[in-house]
Write a protein that binds this ligand. Structure first.
Ligand SMILES: *Cc1c(COP(=O)(O)O)cnc(C)c1O
Length: 401
């Protein structure tokens, strides 16, 4: 395995994003393959016993076991960190493995975390159920208001954890303001950037310390594999995150890493086209349903903030109809768009969060975060948006809208 000539950070970090997405991290075997090789191996062999001992002692460069290192996985990690503009990245088996590791690796009993109210259901389970079980106190705030973070800070606050835009309400967090509040107080920010990806929003440019991803979503982007990633400084990844993940083992499989790496090559193209398609569909829906929550529509209360920190809308937005029966009637009337709780796929998918992704969140918390019985979340894919609009048009008609 050789890093291709020119893969020094001093050169790759000067590449523009499209070049990083295609060539970042590439290391070639003796065969000189153009597409990155897939190393389906759990272990590695050594020429001499002394080499094994030296590698375990960290005195020799090389791999020891695929829970710790794998050439295909490392290529993906280098590519993601370059796209993110981060010093380092560690991938994980799923987005939730990434969120869990990013928090547990740096928190301990007696610490305090401030989390955003609008969040993916399992992220709320982490902040509301898992962390408190281990003596880590959490305060949940309306993350749209930076002052809410200031008010929630305690002397033992270690981490701010939030997503923007948030799943599925599309609340937007002011990255620059909230990260500045954290920095001034020595608090680390962990931003779940799954909706925007580094193609549209790079939280570290606004002062975020750590970004965490469900790479299952737009990074793979074609609904094939689950994957996660955590980006941060070299010292955070190596000294704080790695001891946790090496020993607990939420490692990404090489095959899934390879699939995500291929996905990254078209991330920018896909997310920009899907953003255009999503905006066209959102504009069609506006006025036809009770509400459309899309940060790139001027009707979104945080429109100006969204356009200042995101390059495009992204493929996902939510909409509100009257109640659960009407939401279900709309879903059941769809012929092209699938009823599916996944997002970031090249296919258009629609789900009813209250009964699926957020069904594990207690009803009063759901209502508080804006996940009402009439809320639907739509991922707009790469189909011709006119076909998606026609399908929604007939399904809305069937639901009496
Ligand atoms: C999907 C998602 C996750 C969880 O990712 P998995 O890959 O499904 O484990 C976390 N955060 C957000 C915002 C998500 O959309």
């Amino acid at each position: 395995m050789k890093r291709k000539a020119g893969q020094d950070r001093s050169i790759t970090a000067s590449w523009r994003p499209a070049t990083r997405a295609i060539r970042g991290g590439t290391a070639r075997s003796e065969w000189g393959e153009t597409s990155e090789a897939l190393f389906l191996t759990s272990g590695y062999s050594y020429d001499r016993a002394e080499d094994a001992a030296a590698r375990f002692a960290g005195e020799q460069v090389g791999m020891t076991y695929s829970r710790l290192q794998n050439p295909t996985v490392e290529m993906l990690e280098e590519r993601i960190s370059l796209l993110e503009g981060a010093e380092a990245c560690r991938t994980m088996a799923t987005g939730m493995a990434a969120m869990t590791a990013a928090l547990l690796c740096q928190l301990e009993s007696g610490d305090h975390l401030v989390g955003g109210r609008a969040a993916f259901g399992s992220c709320r389970w982490l902040t509301d159920t898992l962390l408190p079980k281990f003596g880590i106190a959490t305060t949940i705030v309306d993350a749209r208001d930076p002052q809410a973070f200031v008010d929630a800070v305690r002397p033992n606050t270690k981490v701010f954890f939030f997503e923007t835009p948030a799943n599925p309400t599309m609340d937007v967090v002011d990255l620059a303001a909230v990260c500045a509040i954290a920095r001034e107080r020595g608090i680390r920010t962990v931003v779940d950037n799954a909706f925007a990806t580094p193609a549209l929003q790079r939280p570290m440019e606004y002062g975020a310390d750590i970004t965490a991803y469900s790479a299952t979503k737009m990074m793979d982007g074609q609904g094939r594999v689950l994957a996660g990633a955590v980006c941060g400084t070299r010292s955070f990844i190596d000294e704080v995150l790695l001891p946790f993940t090496r020993n607990t083992g939420p490692t990404l499989a090489p095959f899934n890493a390879w699939v995500v790496m291929k996905g990254l090559e078209t991330l920018d193209l896909r997310i920009r086209r899907q953003s255009d398609n999503a905006l066209a569909v959102a504009r069609f829906l506006e006025g036809r349903v009770k509400r459309v929550n899309c940060p790139f529509l001027p009707s979104h209360p945080q429109h100006n903030l969204a356009i200042s920190q995101m390059d495009a809308a992204g493929p996902i937005f939510s909409l509100e109809v009257e109640d659960r029966p009407q939401a279900f009637a709309l879903l059941n009337g769809l012929a092209l768009v699938d009823i599916s709780n996944n997002i970031g796929d090249s296919r258009s998918l629609m789900t009813h969060p209250a009964s699926t992704t957020h069904s594990g969140v207690a009803e009063e918390k759901r209502i508080e975060m804006g996940v009402t019985e009439g809320l639907l979340r739509l991922n707009v894919g790469l189909e011709d948006p006119a076909d998606v609009i026609a399908d929604l048009d007939q399904a809305l008609g069937g639901a009496g809208l």
